[in-house]
Ligand binder design. Structure first.
Ligand code: CAA
Length: 258
């Protein structure tokens, strides 16, 4: 696997584990980390040996935001010309599932990175927030849109306007995190969950990701139509025959496309 300076990558079976690794800056997301993370994700997406990806940080911080020191002196024209943060569209193009395993701070761009993943497993130590307002700015990696869709307008508006943090319990209640696990077991549990997913039929998994993500983007009629078409298409997969036959024969499925 490639060596990086700001992230660590390892493969555990069919799971790729990416650990953000700028401990001195609480994993603040700078340009280098952005590029290394995105190219690692794209590599795993293409790698037939990988079925699911986990992104995690440290015990103290998943990521404390975009790198403030890198942006401090930037001008409008620099931000605009470089279309700062637009590279993250590449993450949205990743077709395999990505799980965020969040312990400690997930603030600003850190919270936004977690929300760009397909779901968030939160350690009991997790703290989510969009504190950009305290810096005189606002979320720029999707927070105003994704947080609102995930937790609703009231909580999203309050969090973006005050910068207050949500703890793990509130995040789970509000629908930001799928589950809470003890901090010491976070990575292990995330990898276990990813292994479960990686054991399913990969094309089926990718179609599920596509269909669920569609719910954010289109109205219900279009979303249901899309779901039905994808569901029909799954009957072209030999893994559908295998999965259903295995159920009827009371045995574990042996999916071909993993
Ligand atoms: N950017 C750059 N450096 C950061 C950083 C960030 N987002 N967050 C933390 N750091 C650095 C600190 O500057 C400090 O470095 P030095 O040792 O060189 O001083 C180091 O990480 C440790 O941080 P603290 O000493 O502040 O640690 P703490 O435990 O006292 O506080 C914290 C932790 C509450 C998370 C605090 O670090 C903090 O508030 N960080 C900034 C959070 C923030 O505002 N995030 C939003 C960034 S803007 C953004 O993300 C825009 C967007 O929408 C994409």
């Amino acid at each position: 696997m490639m060596t990086h300076e700001t992230i660590l990558t390892e493969q555990r079976g069919r799971v790729a584990l990416v650990t953000l690794n700028r401990p001195k800056a609480l994993n603040a997301i700078n340009r280098q980390l952005t590029e290394e993370l995105l190219s690692a994700l794209e590599g795993f997406d293409k790698d037939p040996g990988i079925g699911c990806i986990v992104i995690t940080g440290s015990e103290k911080a998943f990521a404390a935001g975009a790198d403030i020191k890198e942006m401090q002196e930037a001008s409008y024209i620099e931000m605009y010309s470089n279309d700062w943060f637009s590279a993250w569209d590449r993450m949205i193009a990743v077709r395999k599932p990505i799980i965020a395993a969040v312990a400690g701070y997930a603030l600003g761009g850190g919270c936004e990175l977690a929300m760009m993943c397909d779901f968030i497993l939160a350690a009991d130590s997790a703290k989510f927030g969009q504190p950009e307002i305290k810096l005189g700015v606002m979320p720029g990696m999707g927070g105003s849109q994704r947080l609102t869709r995930l937790v609703g307008r009231a909580k999203a508006m309050e969090m973006c306007l005050t910068g207050r943090m949500m703890d793990a319990a509130e995040a789970e209640r509000a629908g930001l995190a799928s589950r809470i696990v003890p901090a010491a077991e976070l990575v292990e549990e995330a990898v276990r969950t990813a292994e479960t997913i990686a054991g399913m039929s990969l094309p089926a998994v990718m179609m599920v990701k596509e269909a669920v993500n569609r719910a954010d983007q289109v109205n219900l009629t279009e979303g249901l139509r899309h779901e039905r078409r994808v569901f029909h298409a799954m009957f072209a997969l030999d893994d559908q025959k295998e999965g259903m036959t295995a159920f009827v024969e009371k045995r574990a499925p042996d999916f071909k496309h993993r």
